[in-house]
Design a protein around this ligand. Sequence first.
Ligand SMILES: [Zn+2]
Length: 307
Amino acid sequence: MAEQNQEVFESKPRVDHPVKSVRVLNCGRAEQHTEHRFGSRLPRLWWVFFGRNWVPLPLQCFLVEHRDGLVLFDTGIDPEILSNQGYIKQAIGRFLLPRIFKFQLTDRDRIDHVLASVGVAASDIRTAVISHLHFDHVGGIAQVPQADLLVSDREWAILSEPHPEREWILRDHIEIPSAKWRQISFAPTDDPLFKGFDGIHDVAGDGSMILLPTPGHTAGSISMLIQQDGWDPILLVADLTYDAALMEKGIVPGVGDGATLLASFAKVRALQDRLPNLTIVPSHDFSAADFVARATGTASQPGSMAP
Ligand SMILES: [Zn+2]
């Protein structure tokens, strides 16, 4: 539940504009079961095997052009997951994957090619914030070996738990020698804007990109708040919800921990009470590009997709 009588905050006035642009990058497309996207009272394995209704799912990540360098929010999927039979080492994973997702991917969906299509060299990415370790968010880390990869320490801990691959966290594609992983822990804050969150992490040190723990989809999932004078604040929530309207209605998807998801929804809603123009942008929402365009007062970008 959102707390009552909350003070409404204006976006903090900023003397300068450290963020030049926020772009939604189209990293391919898939389909998922309706039960996966909209939730279901049926057990997960039931809809995995017997669910017959599929809905399209865009795979998207985000590029933030910050004064100090280019920041990716997630890195998309590696199209090799379709072409390389050995991409998933565990037989059970190889068996289940096509029963959970139908992918439409080509080589053009690899992050370096996606970036090139918007005129950016992958080698210019300075930082990649990894919302969580699912394969469709870390698939491009090999293409940005120079970038610091920020991941929450709680998410990283999943790698040491038994069978992370059962949660679609594929160690072989995460613990690669070239990857510059940086685990972050959230610092306590007395900023009333972030009341309820278990700390914050300020990516650039200027308040323009604030990471917030929003667990539930996975134990260490994070969101990123982008704030800049003249824009509506943007909260990139990754997979906390597949669709902003579903979170508004309190509908949790068919995966993740329901109670933890609802607790994170409540924190985000409380943040929204304090920042009334807060724009929630899920990674798998077809409207992501429109949401970002509206929040930043720009025309919808070439990277955007129609459903
Ligand atoms: Zn995910």
